[in-house]
Design a protein around this ligand. Structure first.
Ligand code: NCD
Length: 324
């Protein structure tokens, strides 16, 4: 019997917005990753040629929460595509005078904006924005819901490290996401994307920080575990999350010392891992809490590659959603 041909990717991108990974098909995710691969190849050449893909377009960064990497990355990505970029934050704008997200966005849009990149503390903010403006919206993190470009840059980095950049097929790989899953939009977006690309995911952390409901998502290869030492020898990739104290209401674990003892990625614990384990962290890191410096700066870590790849991913996302 003839082998089944792989599903052909869609030839064009038809989504106006990138609000999350959950609504994307695997083909759409691969299309975006492949576009990022093209930009990545260009940006790693010595002399970066001027790319005019968004020449004459206006991209606005509308950030209602603090950010270092994501904000700078979207800004640079838009500049590299020759777009005009406007950077706005809640402090120093009329948001601090009580203006709503929608009103602010509509006013910015009235100035002739093509794409709004939004980060907000409310889950669903990007989707709400998308329903009220005519321009394109890219979610740069909404509450505890999704952070799609982070998941895409994480998947790109895994594919790069494990030599799967040609297909972005992660079948057979096992990825542990460790730590404060409950409050993490990075975990949610990663969970959706990694499983769409064929990987199996295990969520690891204290019972107070790992919602069991995530392990019951239909059609998704995900399990929950509370013993990191047992999981470590079984996985190809480990993504260490920050404990998001700003989102945790009560005490989620007895002490930081105990947290590190059970869930911190230390050099000692790394002895249990496969030699080629890929160590990831979305940043910002709490060194000494969820990850020890010897590991974060060690040979298994791809943390700075994640940041570097973020640029190509955001170039791809902006180029695909922004109307020609
Ligand atoms: C994450 C975020 O803001 O969701 N960081 C990031 O965007 N790289 C994770 C975090 O804040 O811990």
């Amino acid at each position: 019997m003839a082998a089944t041909a792989p599903t052909a990717p869609p030839l064009t991108w038809s989504r106006r917005h990138l609000t999350g990974i959950e609504p994307l098909s695997a083909e759409e995710a691969r299309l975006l990753l492949a576009k990022a691969r093209g930009y990545h190849e260009v940006s790693t050449r010595r002399a970066v040629p001027l790319c005019k893909d968004l020449h004459g377009k206006v991209v606005v960064n509308l950030f209602y929460e603090d950010s270092t990497r994501t904000r700078a990355s979207f800004r640079l990505a838009a500049s590299r595509l020759s777009a005009d970029v406007l950077d706005m934050s809640a402090s120093g704008s009329s948001v601090s005078k009580g203006e709503t997200l929608i009103d602010t966005a509509r006013n910015i849009e009235a100035m002739g904006v093509d794409t709004i990149v939004c980060r907000h503390s409310q889950s669903g903010a990007a989707q709400q924005l998308a329903e009220h403006v005519a321009c394109a919206v890219v979610n740069a993190g909404d509450g505890q819901h999704e952070h799609p470009t982070q998941a895409l840059l994480d998947a790109f980095t895994i594919a790069q490290r494990l030599d799967r950049l040609d297909t972005f097929d992660l079948t057979g790989l096992r990825v542990a996401i460790v730590g404060d899953i409950a409050h993490s939009r990075v975990a949610r977006s990663n969970l959706h994307l990694l499983t769409k690309l064929g990987a199996g995911v295990v969520l690891v952390g204290p019972p107070t920080l790992v919602p069991g409901a995530l392990a019951r998502l239909p059609g998704v290869d995900v399990t929950v575990a509370h013993d990191l030492d047992a999981v470590l020898p079984e996985v190809d990739v480990i993504n260490m999350l920050r404990v998001q104290f700003e989102r945790i209401a009560g005490p989620a674990f007895p002490s930081q010392r105990e947290y590190t003892a059970l869930y911190g990625l230390t050099a000692r614990r790394m002895q249990r891992a496969r030699p080629g384990l890929v160590v990831m962290h979305p940043g910002p890191m709490n060194r000494g809490l969820e990850i020890e410096s010897a590991v974060a700066d060690g040979p298994n870590a791809v943390i700075l590659q994640q940041v570097a790849n973020g640029l190509a991913i955001r170039m791809a996302a902006l180029a695909l959603v922004t109307q020609p």
